[in-house]
Design a protein around this ligand. Structure first.
Ligand code: ATP
Ligand code: MG
Length: 144
C-alpha cells in the first residue's frame, strides 16, 4: 500500500506537473508527503562557505518558497513535512526515502536545466538507478 510519498521539488515546470500526480494519490491510500528541496551544495563546501546564520536564513527562505506547494498538498488531504538540505539532490532524496521508510518517490523526468536533447535529467536518472522503492517519473505533460 502506498502510504508515504517522497516528493522532490525544484520549482521547475516538471515538478509543478508532478505535484498534480502526487495529489491524485490522496484519493487512494496515501496520507503523508515529504516535500524535499535540496540546495545544491556539497556539505563540505556548505560548511566552509556559509556561516551558521546564513545557512539558517537560506533554509528559511526555501521554507517560504515551498509554503504554497505544501499548502496545496495539505488541501488535497495530506499531512506534509518539508525536508530542506544542502547536498547532491539524488543523495538527499534517497536518504530521505530511507529514513522516512517511504513507499513511493514521485519525481519530474527533468528539472530546472531541462533540454529537448535529454529524456531524463541526472537527478531523475540517479534516483531511478539507486532507489529501492518504486519511482513515478512524470514527463513534460501539458495539463492545461
Ligand atoms: N535540487 C533539487 N531539490 C529537489 N528536487 C530536485 C532537485 N533537482 C531536481 N529535483 C527533482 O528531480 C527532477 C528531475 O530534475 P533533474 O535535476 O534530473 O533534471 P535537470 O535539472 O533538467 O537536469 P540536470 O540537473 O541533470 O542538469 C525534478 O523535476 C525534481 O522533481
Ligand atoms: Mg537539475
Amino acid at each position: 500500500m502506498i502510504d508515504k510519498i517522497i516528493f522532490p521539488y525544484d520549482f521547475s515546470k516538471f515538478s509543478e506537473t508532478a505535484a498534480k500526480y502526487v495529489s491524485d494519490f490522496s484519493k487512494m491510500s496515501a496520507k503523508y508527503v515529504v516535500l524535499v528541496s535540496v540546495i545544491e551544495y556539497e556539505e563540505f563546501f556548505t560548511k566552509v562557505l556559509f556561516k551558521e546564520n546564513e545557512i539558517r536564513r537560506l533554509k528559511e527562505t526555501m521554507e517560504e518558497r515551498l509554503a504554497p506547494v505544501k499548502e496545496a498538498l495539505e488541501k488535497s488531504g495530506f499531512t506534509v513535512h518539508t525536508k530542506i538540505d544542502f547536498g547532491i539532490p539524488y543523495k538527499v532524496i534517497l536518504s530521505t526515502a530511507k529514513t522516512e521508510k517511504a513507499d513511493l518517490i514521485v519525481i519530474g523526468a527533468q528539472g530546472r536545466s531541462a533540454t529537448m536533447e535529454f529524456l531524463l535529467g541526472s537527478t531523475a536518472i540517479n534516483v531511478l538507478r539507486h532507489s529501492t522503492i518504486p519511482v513515478m517519473v512524470v514527463p513534460n505533460i501539458n495539463l492545461d
